[in-house]
Structure formats: structure tokens, C-alpha cells
Design a protein around this ligand. Structure first.
Ligand code: AMP
Ligand code: MG
Length: 393
């Protein structure tokens, strides 16, 4: 049995970058991993820009009536230089005219007759965004490895990138084992249950940035398992199996993987739930055998397979951050020989609240889970208010 940290380190060690770059239109790049550094082709702001709607003038003139020389709309160049005793009305985003030292806000101005105004506020700042104060031509604005979020789309758009170089998505095959399983569109007989895992995995692969290849439910026979895994190894970068990796009479996965020349690097992890989790490699292909129970499968995918997918795309954050949060109620357990992953939510007081659940088959309890509390090996009790490691899922 290996620790979860060891397991993750092994997975990352073997998750070689695919090294394949694709070019996608800007709108399609959200969720993808940037494959090159992005530099700016512009200065931002491109000119001294008014940050408010108001009047551009000299600071020494703020205590006297000023005559308005022109009105400058956004998108227009000013025509008149500001001289002593004059100002120009200016809109947010418009270039500040020569000679102006500040822009006073329209809310702090009294309009006098005969095209004159007077400042009624107290001067505190210029309200001018200076030329190139945000970004200069040639600055690196985004680094290779960024997972593209909407705010990155704004940056790409601002520097003129309408086609984006992103890493190719790893292909991830899903193979579901278990003779008791039927698909969601089928009514289970007395001894059957629906395959929830396979579909959960599909969604997790999409979220992580991979391309799922759904291989369906395989019979619990050695020959079917062999054929399905052989085929999956050929057509994907990562094979994810669920079920069939523990000690049952029909758990053929480890044997078949050995027969196919997959080197098994670990087969059990000191984690609860999710102990029977297998990881193997064949060349640059990765194989994960996840437990059949959907809660275990959810967690083990999130802790290991997700990281492998991101690492293959050279994403800069393959591992989710862990934060320290006080626990909302005392947590106890009898056996502390494994790391406990406790489904939880964050309550209104900002504390991690464990969700009441019956074990790793109880997916219904997870409807409201947003995170997991990680109770370390050796800890039998965590008192209410103590800080615990919490990770989102
Ligand atoms: P196994 O790992 O094959 O021994 O399965 C462990 C438990 O998870 C058994 O109760 C299975 O019925 C259940 N299980 C296995 N695969 C799935 C699946 N795809 N969806 C839901 N439950 C599953
Ligand atoms: Mg099974």
C-alpha cells in the first residue's frame, strides 16, 4: 500500500507531455491549456486615457471658473490643447488633451452659464490612466501552461490573438467492468444496478480537458477484458477502468494488464475510500484501475487521473490547491491507518462541514459536496474548530 502523495508523484513522473499543439479560434480556447507564451502587440492604455466622464484641466485652475474648449468623445482625438483657464469636456476612455493635468468628475462640477464650469469637489487624484502603465509592447501577458479561463480570453482578445495555440487533449478511454451493471436508459432487474461511474468519469474527463472515448460495459470475463483493454491502449493516451481491481473472483483487471505487458506501479493506496486503485504504464500510455464504487472513483480520478491529463498538456497547475479550514464538528474514527477523504461543504461560518454518508457507494450524499476534508494517517479524532486540509472537488 502506497501513500496518496507517493501515488500522485508516480503518476506525474510518468505523465509525459504529449507535445502536440493545435490552433483553435479564440472562443473555443476556453478550458484549453495555452501552448506558448503570449506577448503584447500594443501598449495599454495606448494613450493617456480619461478614467471618468468629466472635464480635463490644469490642477492650478481648480478654484476658478473654466471655459469649455471642446467635447472629446471616446474614440476621438482631442483637437485643442488645454491652456490656463480652459478645460475640455471628456468621456471615459477618451485620450486626455495636451496640457491637461487631471480630469475632474462630472458629478463634482457645477455648470455655470456661457459654457463655463466650476469644480465643487475636493481634489484627490488625476483620474488619468497613463500611457502603457498596464502593459508595454513585447511584455509577456500570459505564460505557456495557463488553463484558459474567461479572463484570459479578455487578455488574448486585447493583444490581438484571435487564433490560439493550445495543447492537444489527451484521449482517455473509459472501460466499465461489472456484470451487474446496466446503462441509465435500462431498468435494472433485481440483481442489477445502473452504471453511474462510467458517466461520472466521462464528465470528469471533459472537465479536466481530455477527450473521453466511451468503451461501454465489459463482461466480467478474462477474454472480454483483455480485448477491451488491448483496443483501448491502441486508441488512447490514458485508459481508465472502473471496477474489477479488487479481490473478487471476477476481478480480472490486474491479471489482464500483466498479460498485456502493462507494468503495474501500485495497486493499493492508503486512502479511505479508494484503497483498490491501480496505476500502470505501457510505453507512454497510462492505465488507471479505479474502484467500482462511485465515490471512490470520483475521488481517485480527481486526485490522480485529472492531474495526469493536465500534466500531459503541460498545464501549470496539475494539482488542486489545499487550504486550511476549521472543521465545523468533531470528527472521529476507529481505524486511522489510511488518509480519510471526507466529503464536505463549507458552511455559512466558513467551516468545513462533513456530509453524513454511508460509504463509498452512497453517491446520493454527494449531491451537496463541494470539497473533501483530508484527515491524515494516524489522526483518530479532529476536534471542532481545529484546522483541517480541505480541497475542492
Ligand atoms: P468492484 O470494484 O468491481 O468490486 O465493485 C465495487 C462496487 O462498486 C460493487 O458494489 C459494484 O456493483 C459497484 N460498481 C462497480 N462499477 C460500478 C459502476 N460503473 N457504477 C456504479 N457502481 C459500480
Ligand atoms: Mg466488479
Amino acid at each position: 500500500m502506497v501513500t496518496l502523495n507517493y501515488a500522485l508523484a508516480k503518476v506525474l513522473e510518468y505523465s509525459a507531455p504529449l507535445g502536440v499543439v493545435e490552433v483553435v479560434p479564440l472562443w473555443d480556447s476556453v478550458g484549453r491549456v495555452l501552448a506558448s507564451d503570449i506577448t503584447s502587440d500594443i501598449n495599454m492604455p495606448p494613450f493617456n486615457k480619461s478614467a471618468v466622464d468629466g472635464y480635463a484641466c490644469k490642477i492650478a485652475d481648480l478654484n476658478q471658473p473654466l471655459s469649455v474648449a471642446e467635447v472629446i468623445a471616446a474614440g476621438q482625438m482631442p483637437k485643442i490643447e488645454i491652456k490656463q483657464g480652459t478645460c475640455s469636456k471628456i468621456m471615459t476612455g477618451a485620450p486626455v488633451p495636451l496640457g491637461a493635468e487631471c480630469v475632474i468628475m462630472v458629478e463634482e462640477v457645477e455648470e455655470l452659464q456661457s459654457n463655463q464650469i466650476k469644480f465643487t469637489g475636493t481634489y484627490s487624484k488625476t483620474n488619468i490612466a497613463l500611457f502603457a502603465e498596464d502593459v508595454k509592447v513585447g511584455d509577456v501577458v500570459l505564460k505557456k501552461g495557463v488553463s484558459i479561463e474567461p479572463q484570459h480570453i479578455a487578455i488574448l482578445a486585447a493583444v490581438g490573438v484571435s487564433n490560439v495555440e493550445v495543447s492537444a487533449k489527451p484521449k482517455v478511454a473509459i472501460l466499465v467492468t461489472g456484470d451487474e451493471l446496466v446503462e441509465p436508459n435500462v431498468s435494472p432487474t433485481q440483481s442489477q444496478i445502473r452504471n453511474s461511474n462510467g458517466h461520472q468519469l466521462y464528465a470528469q474527463i471533459v472537465r479536466a480537458g481530455g477527450t473521453p472515448i466511451y468503451g461501454g460495459i465489459i463482461d466480467d470475463t478474462q477474454s472480454s477484458t483483455y480485448k477491451a483493454i488491448q483496443n483501448a491502449l491502441n486508441e488512447s493516451n490514458i485508459v481508465v477502468l472502473t471496477g474489477g481491481v479488487s479481490m473478487g473472483d471476477f476481478d480480472f483487471v490486474p491479471k489482464v494488464l500483466s498479460d498485456l505487458g502493462v507494468e503495474i506501479l501500485f495497486q493499493t493506496i492508503a486512502v479511505q475510500p479508494g484503497k483498490p486503485t491501480l496505476f500502470g504504464v505501457k510505453g507512454n500510455k497510462l492505465v488507471f484501475g479505479l474502484p467500482g464504487n462511485p465515490v471512490s472513483s470520483l475521488f481517485q480520478f480527481d486526485f490522480l487521473v485529472r492531474s495526469a491529463i493536465i500534466a500531459m498538456m503541460e498545464g501549470s497547475n496539475p494539482v488542486r490547491p489545499i487550504v486550511k479550514v476549521p472543521i465545523a464538528q468533531t470528527y472521529k474514527r476507529r481505524n486511522a491507518d489510511r488518509l480519510a477523504l471526507v466529503p464536505a461543504t463549507i458552511n455559512g461560518d466558513g467551516e468545513a462541514l462533513p456530509i453524513d454518508y454511508h460509504g463509498s457507494a452512497h453517491i446520493f450524499a454527494l449531491a451537496n459536496a463541494t470539497c473533501v476534508i483530508m484527515v491524515p494517517i494516524g489522526a483518530q479524532k479532529v476536534e471542532k474548530g481545529e484546522l483541517v486540509d480541505v480541497r475542492s472537488i
